[in-house]
Write a new protein. Structure first.
Length: 345
């Protein structure tokens, strides 16, 4: 009897298993599971490929009697955030300082020839738009409209009383503050005072011809300002070179082409300005030497790899070279910082 019951129980179990298997094979998946699977497939198909570092190659370009060499410096694939296009930079005493587009990250590289080693990375709560290093080695971070801060060794910031973009001489304890149409001020011995240009945005009370500032750099004892200058009823983009007393040393002609995104003076008294991927060269008297156009193509990029090549900073090195920082935006809407050492001046 027990044997018969056991056989009957085994038979029932076999029939149950077969029935369940059949139901499992024929029963459709729940609607929400099918939808989730389709959504995941669509997202996977739509996801852009991971941005890869650009292949960098050296190149040369001639302007006037100069043949300049552009040697890339590997930054270890320094990326900006999506849909952002700016980096700020500064070279001083063997180090290059780079901020990302938000100004909330600061990277410090040690430079040896054309090699860069990441030394430090700092993160801040608030952003800034300009980096300048004073002769004493203090790093100033300027947010533009508000007060600049000094970077401390421990990564904290100490706010100064100097408002707007602060630019320092790297050989003397002298500085200048500028910002769009604010009146420039001079800093001597940590004391800030008025300069020769006043009331920039008021033609009725304006003192001096400067009406707007796009970039300001100090090289040696010269203050270089790219901006708009008024002459009669006309205003033009021009380069003005001044000493700390405000005396005009040189100025480009009103109809001369100059760039307004980066500015410096290289050894041999060559003044360089940049506009996107074009460089413009002038001598110490602000007379034109020539132009280098389309750095994007010269650097070996096409529209499939780079959508925009924009020169953001030009900074002289100790050996007569110039460090050129550019951002490049890519078709995948990311951007990358590129640094070149330019020699041949």
């Amino acid at each position: 009897m027990k044997r018969i019951l056991a056989l009957l129980l085994a038979l029932v179990m076999v029939i149950g298993v077969v029935a369940l298997a059949g139901c499992s094979k024929n029963e459709p998946a729940p609607a929400e599971t099918t939808a989730d699977t389709e959504t995941q497939a669509e997202e996977t198909a739509a996801a852009p490929a991971e941005s890869a570092p650009l292949a960098l190659t050296p190149f040369t370009a001639s302007v006037g009697d100069l043949t300049l060499s552009f040697e890339p410096i590997d930054l270890g694939f320094l990326k900006g955030s999506e849909n952002t296009y700016e980096f700020a930079g500064e070279y001083h005493d063997g180090k290059y300082y780079i901020s990302d587009e938000s100004g909330k990250l600061l990277y410090v590289y040690t430079i040896d020839g054309t090699a860069a080693t990441l030394e430090n990375k700092y993160e801040f709560d608030d952003g800034f738009e300009k980096i300048s290093v004073a002769a004493d080695g203090k790093v100033y971070l300027s947010p533009g409209i508000f007060e600049a801060s000094i970077l401390n060794d421990d990564g904290t910031l100490t706010e100064t009383t100097f408002r707007h973009d602060v630019e320092w001489s790297d050989t003397e304890g002298l500085g200048i503050t500028t910002w769009v149409n604010a009146d420039p001020t001079i800093i001597k011995d940590d004391e800030e005072s008025e300069w020769v240009f006043k009331n920039l945005n008021d033609p009725e009370t304006r003192e001096g011809s400067l009406t707007m500032v796009f970039d300001c750099e100090i090289v040696g004892e010269n203050i270089l300002i790219v901006g708009t200058y008024a002459e009669g009823d006309e205003e033009d983009y021009r380069i003005g070179v001044f000493n700390f007393d405000g005396e005009e040393l040189a100025m480009t002609d009103a109809d001369d082409t100059v760039g307004n995104s980066a500015l410096t003076q290289a050894s041999g008294d060559v003044i360089i300005t940049a506009s996107v991927s074009n460089l413009f060269f002038h001598d110490s008297e602000c007379k034109p030497i020539g132009e280098i156009k389309d750095l994007k193509t010269l650097a070996g990029f096409d529209s499939d790899t780079v959508t925009t090549f924009w020169v953001k900073e030009l900074t002289p090195g100790e050996d007569g070279s110039v460090y050129m920082l550019a951002y490049v935006s890519k078709p995948d809407e990311t951007c990358e910082a590129l640094l070149y050492k330019v020699t041949g001046f």
